[in-house]
Design a protein around this ligand. Structure first.
Ligand code: GDP
Ligand code: PGA
Ligand code: MN
Ligand code: MN
Length: 603
């Protein structure tokens, strides 16, 4: 058989034999018109954004330089958890929380779907690096995709193109990430602005460190460096190598005495990570700078402390609710341009708008590309609409955000969205108790994933959709990380809830910049300065222990937000029991012990 000739296939800018043969294999399977190696240059950005404008996928924004508006297919708006699989060789390694299919069976199905799936399109090969390029061992990957939208998004979200390819030694290891929107074009067939396929698979093959994604062009389903690599695959690497890959923001907090602390925080999708990462403290003298808003890779340094690195290069933030009052730093970052906006509304003068941005204009084009007025009776922007913008242009990025060494973490926050039960902040008694808090974390579901919104579910360490292996083994790994470390150097673990509601359903705690008061209390706990009450669930501040100076909120509300209601907690017990039963035999006994101790303290 003679080798198929596909234009561009022989123009590979690398000698990496494994990579070349994989690219050839994929091209022969998917049959694109052409193969293009993404170089990451500005010229490439200009060419591809231009192509997307011509295709009707992008509308250039008149009010923001070098920025574009896109509306996805209305069926392709969020991560599809029910179509996400961990195809480990042994089903037990996928565990009770992931979808599993035998890898050979999955490969057969998906190979069938990929056959000819890029016909009529260009296949892009994107070399990329998660985390700093000058790391001792750069974390490399290659995404093959037939979506220009993905290529330009990867320009923002990752270090990619020639500068990443330069890190590929002859036998460099890298994560293979294959993506197709699954919308081949027959000769003469007209394209649509957002091609995708009703059949979707987001598949991880953990042992092979490989990702196959089909059918979706949006967010975490398609930008494979993000959730698929940096969380699902990286969590497996982290288990094997003794580190942590977590769904966490990283922030730098400087006190009025110029003391610096780094904090990592895990909240489920659309529960406040990006906002906390960029927070503007309302308490005088405190400063926040940001290092990352979604993912943290944490390894022990030579000094025994846990150091965090953000693998990403951009922010992929929830748009609705973002404005100059809630998150001014995000607004300033996107105001500089060089950004993509997906599924928000378009204003008549060529800017973006979304719910939460103040008074709506009299007329908009909605994310569904329909005329929209304030009387339309529906949202102008999808609740999971997003801005995609480079970290580098964020005014409050910490200078060390790109340092391969990472930053030493003093505190880890776990948090969720709970209308009841969970106090504003609780300090764990020790690492093991903190792991129990994380392992039993619960939150109301949001629009970041398809499915019902507002249902309370367990979301351990905010990683439920992202743990690349068995959740019981994941808990064991967290326990062991603590056991192997010097306890005095481990971060202190806290549990927060910005979303507790009063009887009239309003939020009890004002949130956003006011969350700096909670950060301050946590730091003062670490320094041994702040007071707390010992409760059955951990150490909780009284309203007096928090710095509430100048806060415009009813003291009664703050007190209620801090309440540990034993009856509410007793109602939580059967839910935790059910959750631990689901985890099954792999649940570490230490977490079972923590649970028994909690029950004792509540009775
Ligand atoms: P992420 O997806 O975890 O990064 O969450 P975001 O920071 O993007 O926030 C998701 C949604 O929660 C947005 O609509 C925010 O306006 C809202 N939000 C974030 N922080 C707070 C807070 O402290 N209080 C309240 N009430 N809402 C918040
Ligand atoms: P976020 O990230 O919602 O946590 O910002 C995207 C996602 O989880 O889908
Ligand atoms: Mn996320
Ligand atoms: Mn976010």
């Amino acid at each position: 058989m003679t080798a198929v000739t596909i234009p561009g296939l022989d123009k590979a800018p690398t000698n990496h034999a494994g990579l070349l043969s994989w690219v050839r294999e994929v091209a022969e399977l998917t049959c694109p018109d052409e193969v293009v190696w993404a170089d990451g240059t500005d010229a490439e950005w200009t060419r591809l954004t231009g192509k997307l404008v011509d295709a009707g996928t992008f509308v250039p924004l008149k009010k923001k330089q070098n920025s574009f508006w896109a509306a996805s297919d209305p069926t392709d708006v969020a991560r599809v958890e029910e179509r996400t699989f961990i195809c480990s060789l042994d089903e037990a390694d996928s565990g009770p929380t992931n979808n599993w299919m035998d890898p050979a069976e999955m490969k057969a199905i998906m190979t069938g779907l990929y056959r000819g799936s890029m016909r009529g399109r260009t296949m892009y090969v994107i070399p990329f690096c998660m985390g700093p390029l000058d790391a001792d061992e750069p974390m490399l990957g290659v995404e093959i995709t037939d979506s220009e939208y993905v290529v330009v998004s990867m320009h923002i979200m990752t270090r990619m193109g020639d500068k990443a390819l330069a890190k590929f030694g002859e036998d460099a290891k890298y994560v293979k990430a294959l993506h197709s929107i699954g919308a081949p074009l027959e000769d003469g067939q007209a394209d649509v602005p957002w091609p995708c396929n009703d059949t979707k698979y987001i598949t991880q093959f953990p042992e092979e460190r490989m990702i196959w994604s089909f059918g979706s062009g949006y967010g975490g389903n398609a930008l494979l460096g993000k959730k698929c690599y940096s969380l699902r695959i990286a969590s497996v690497m982290a288990r094997d190598e003794g580190w942590l890959a977590e769904h966490m923001l990283i922030l730098k907090l400087t006190s009025p005495e110029a003391k610096v602390y780094y904090i990592a925080a895990a909240f489920p999708s659309a529960c406040g990570k990006t906002n906390l990462a960029m927070l503007e403290p309302t308490i005088p003298g405190w400063k926040v700078e940001t290092l990352g808003d979604d993912i943290a890779w944490m390894r022990f340094g030579e000094d025994g402390r846990l150091y965090a690195v953000n693998p990403e290069n951009g922010f992929f933030g929830v748009a609705p609710g973002t404005d100059y009052h809630t998150n001014p730093n995000a607004m300033r970052t996107i105001a500089k341009g060089n950004s993509l906006f997906t599924n928000v509304a378009l204003t008549d003068d060529g800017d973006v708008w979304w719910e939460g941005m103040g008074e709506p204009p009299a007329h908009l084009t909605s994310w569904k590309k329909q005329d929209w007025t304030p009387d339309s009776g529906e949202l102008s922007s999808h609740p999971n609409s997003r801005y995609c913008t480079p970290i580098d242009q964020c005014d409050i990025k910490a200078p060390e955000w790109d340092d391969p060494k990472g930053v030493p973490i003093s505190a880890i926050f776990f948090g969720g969205r709970r209308a009841t039960t969970i106090p504003l902040v609780t300090e764990s008694r020790d690492w093991q108790h903190g792991v129990f808090m994380g392992a039993t974390l619960s939150s109301e579901t949001t629009a970041a994933a398809t499915g019902k919104v507002g249902v309370v579910r367990r979301d351990p360490m905010a990683m439920l959709p992202f743990i690349g292996y068995n959740a019981g083994d994941y808990f064991k790994h967290w326990i062991e990380v603590g056991k192997n470390a010097d306890a005095t150097k481990l971060p202190k673990i806290f549990y927060v809830n910005w979303f507790r509601r009063g009887e009239d359903k309003r939020f009890l705690w004002p949130g956003f910049g006011e969350n700096s008061r909670v950060l301050k209390w946590a730091i003062e706990r670490i320094e041994g300065k702040a007071a707390a009450v010992e409760t059955p669930i951990g150490h909780v501040p009284t309203a007096e222990a928090l710095d509430l100076s100048g806060l415009d909120a009813a003291t009664a509300d703050i007190e209620t937000s801090l309440e540990v209601d034993v009856e509410e907690w007793k109602a939580e017990i059967p839910l935790i029991e059910e959750w631990f039963t689901k985890i099954g035999d792999k649940l570490p006994t230490s977490l079972r012990d923590e649970f028994e101790a909690l029950k004792q303290r509540l009775s």
